[in-house]
Design a protein around this ligand. Structure first.
Ligand SMILES: NC(=O)c1ccc[n+]([C@@H]2O[C@H](COP(=O)([O-])OP(=O)(O)OC[C@H]3O[C@@H](n4cnc5c(N)ncnc54)[C@H](OP(=O)(O)O)[C@@H]3O)[C@@H](O)[C@H]2O)c1
Length: 298
């Protein structure tokens, strides 16, 4: 049968797309960038503070498509400078993925293999050792910076809509990488991280409503456990997290494994291609069923 409007190659194509991916040099941002570049994106600008990581990523994927732009998403001037550079070089964007993120201080837990809880005094002493600024910094990267990243690119997302290069009914989109942490009440998890991810999820829903008059959509990708610098602690004792699929007990992750780049690629191509063009204000959970095993709020 000839290709049709419902063929996978049509529904999941990102041909000609211009995107910005913060934190695109490593981890999940790298997986997103790789998926977009491998499926026809015209240009993907990747943002991060470490120029060497960005260049390594661009060279590993395709330096003709992936362009490194050094910057700090918690610094408004830096964000505006980046959007100015993108404006001068290409003039529009179709997609912004606000993916940069960071972990936060963690509370004291029993050591691995033990069920003996720390005393209240030990718990308190440990928690108070983390400077308040560390908590605030997690919120700055994971929540505040997502808002300002979106604001910095609104004009270029609008230009993307005027161009209609993704099709007449396709609307420019902002995707935030949230986390299942934003829904989980798991004891021992970072209060700063999980609450910053809950906040960004709600903020994106609010933004999706606020930007309706301007034709800009907002959605959230909420991953479960994927190998990256952030999750290295979770993979401790299981060898190197990269290069092979890590197995987990099904009581922890019903899929029996960590997420892979194919899992991120599948989700992002669905969200970004014509297949996902009806999404607005949505949260896409990609976690192998992990949230169902946790005390969670949905
Ligand atoms: N891995 C998981 O299992 C998992 C699960 C759920 C959600 N997530 C989310 O996925 C996103 C990506 O994390 P990851 O797991 O892929 O870890 P990662 O490899 O550590 O990625 C974090 C990225 O954010 C960038 N970044 C951090 N602070 C920045 C800043 N101030 N300005 C610009 N860039 C900054 C980092 O680059 P520089 O350090 O060079 O700036 C890095 O490329 C995060 O939002 C994370 O919360 C991850």
């Amino acid at each position: 049968m000839a290709s049709s409007n419902v063929s996978a190659s049509s529904l999941f194509s990102v041909s000609g797309l211009v995107a910005v991916v913060t934190g695109g040099g490593t981890g999940i941002g790298f997986m997103i960038t790789k998926a977009l570049a491998a499926n026809g994106a015209r240009r993907v600008y990747i943002i991060g503070r470490r120029q060497d990581k960005l260049e390594e990523a661009a060279n590993a994927i395709d330096p003709n498509v992936v362009s490194p732009l050094q910057g700090d998403v918690t610094d408004l001037e830096s964000l505006l400078e980046i959007s100015q550079t993108v404006e001068s070089s290409i003039g529009y964007v179709n997609l912004v993925v606000a993916n940069a993120g960071t972990m936060g201080p963690r509370p004291l837990k029993p050591p691995p293999g033990s069920t003996t809880l720390p005393s209240l005094a030990e718990y308190r002493e440990h928690a108070l050792k983390a400077p308040m600024q560390d908590f605030t910094q997690t919120c700055a990267v994971n929540t505040t910076a997502v808002h300002y990243t979106a604001l910095a690119f609104l004009n270029l997302l609008d230009e993307g809509n005027k161009k209609q290069n993704m099709g007449a009914d396709w609307r420019s989109q902002i995707i935030a990488t949230g986390s299942i942490g934003g829904f989980s009440r798991l004891s021992g998890a970072s209060f700063a991280y999980n609450s910053s991810k809950a906040a960004v999820t709600h903020m994106m829903k609010m933004m999706s409503t606020a930007f309706v008059p301007y034709g800009i959509r907002c959605n959230v990708l909420a991953p479960g456990v994927f190998p990256s610098d952030i999750t290295n602690g979770i993979f401790t004792g299981q060898g190197d997290a990269r290069g092979e699929i890590k197995r987990f007990p099904r009581e922890m992750i019903p899929a029996g494994r960590a997420g892979t780049e194919e899992d991120i690629a599948g989700a992002i191509l669905w969200m970004v291609g014509r297949a996902g063009s009806y999404l607005n204000g949505s949260v896409v959970v990609v976690d192998g069923g992990r949230l169902g095993t946790l005390i969670s709020t949905y």
